[in-house]
Design a protein around this ligand. Structure first.
Ligand SMILES: *Cc1c(COP(=O)(O)O)cnc(C)c1O
Length: 400
């Protein structure tokens, strides 16, 4: 399904931006429509995915990942096997190719935890396009490894010291840059969020996840899955896998948000679909976590990649139509699923993805062994293991 001519999915989406950004967005939309109609563009994209990113990624059945014998079978779509370890590279490579086709000489991006910044720095290095990344100063302090990687890959990292010194301030700075430099600059957005056409543009690059997974299920199991489960931050890995199954009415689709430490208390979670209200954030009308005064609420999640106070507009629409059901998983259950997956399968999942696994384990316990649950394992968890190891070390020191 495409958004309508103004970029709406039902009531959600659109283009709520200052006047100076209307023309740059129109230019991206026109270039995108033209590129998408050109087989040569897709040949280049698929060629890079095969030769550089390492696709197709496997589909791995994990019969050992269940609490009791006789429960439903879980199969993992292995996005952790992408170069750089998550699905974000698909979008970064796709937008970088589009930028090159448009003759842009410079890529800019915003980043929160740094994962998107690293993906864009990687795509820029691979394609020979200079990259500048805006990152809140608070995030720069917390995410030293990703800042180091971006610089190692040749990107310039701008520390943003305004406001709360986090992602939303970085987005504001990136938009300010773009407003003054659109002639030579392409703005690479990191999820299915932002003004039209970005939610649609990003989806078009990540839907390969679902296209592959659907074909792999048919080949491996001779049938479609009964359930598909994916975690939702901005929503790109989830849209990526869901989009191949939207027309298959018998396939249940589940989006899993970060329930944080308390999914019922604003400020302690990042569950925008469950607790958000209709509002405008980052150029689109969508569901946003806000307080009673309409101010953006603080968010929390054990996984940095899900810690975002809104969600892509297409998810708000899919919730409204009922085609996708959205649930949340707490930090504690996420950590349990993270450890259990490592032991039972030898796969260290990203904490973001562990939210989806935790929900799949709940579903599996209610279903019999004839049922199949497909989980999008959006990324690998070494980045989280490094942080958890540090926390364990500090706890040990403190206990001495
Ligand atoms: C960034 C990230 C996410 C969340 O982003 P979406 O746009 O919701 O997919 C999920 N998993 C991993 C591994 C990530 O790096």
């Amino acid at each position: 399904m495409e958004p309508d001519a103004k970029g709406y999915f039902g009531r959600y989406g659109g283009r709520y931006v200052p006047e100076v950004l209307v023309e740059p967005l129109r230019e991206v939309e026109a270039a995108m429509r033209e590129a998408f109609a050109d087989d040569e563009f897709w040949r280049r994209y698929r060629g890079l995915l095969r030769d550089y990113v390492g696709r197709p990624t496997p589909l791995t059945p994990v019969p050992s990942l269940r609490r009791r014998a006789g429960e439903a079978l879980i199969a993992l779509k292995r996005e952790d096997c992408n170069h750089t370890g998550a699905h974000k590279i698909l979008n970064a490579v796709g937008q970088a190719l589009l930028a090159q086709r448009m003759g842009k000489s410079r890529l800019i991006a915003e980043t929160g935890a740094g994962q998107h910044g690293v993906a864009v720095a990687t795509a820029g290095a691979a394609l020979g396009v200079p990259v500048e990344v805006y990152m809140g100063a608070a995030d720069v302090e917390r995410q030293a490894l990703n800042v180091y990687l971006m610089r190692l890959l040749g990107a310039r990292v701008h520390e943003v010291t305004s406001g709360s010194r986090t992602l939303k301030d970085a987005i504001n700075e990136a938009l300010r840059d773009w407003a003054g430099s659109a002639r030579e600059t392409f703005y690479v957005i990191g999820s299915v969020v932002g003004p039209h056409p970005y939610p649609w543009l990003v989806r078009s690059f990540v839907r390969i996840i679902g296209d592959e997974a659907r074909a792999q299920c048919l080949e491996t199991f001779g049938r479609l899955p009964d359930h598909v489960v994916a975690c939702v931050g901005g929503g790109s890995n989830a849209i990526g896998i869901f989009s191949a199954f939207l027309e298959d009415g018998q396939v249940n689709l589940w989006g899993v948000e970060a329930g944080g430490s308390d999914a019922a208390r604003l400020g302690y979670h990042s569950a925008s679909l469950a607790a958000g209200r209709t509002g405008i954030l980052h150029g689109a009308r969508t569901l946003v976590l806000m307080d009673e005064h309409g101010l953006i609420a603080p968010t929390h999640s054990v996984s940095a990649g899900l810690d975002y106070p809104a969600v892509g507009p297409e998810h708000a629409y899919l919730k409204e139509t009922g085609r996708v059901r959205y649930v949340s998983i707490h930090d504690d259950d996420t950590l349990k699923a993270f450890r259990m997956t490592a032991r039972a399968t030898g796969i260290v999942a990203a904490l973001e993805s562990a939210h989806a696994i935790a929900y799949a384990l709940r579903l599996a316990a209610e279903l019999d062994a004839s049922r199949l649950i497909l989980v999008n394992l959006s990324g690998r968890g070494e980045k989280d293991a490094l942080r958890l190891a540090g926390a364990a070390h500090h706890a040990q020191e403190a206990a001495r």
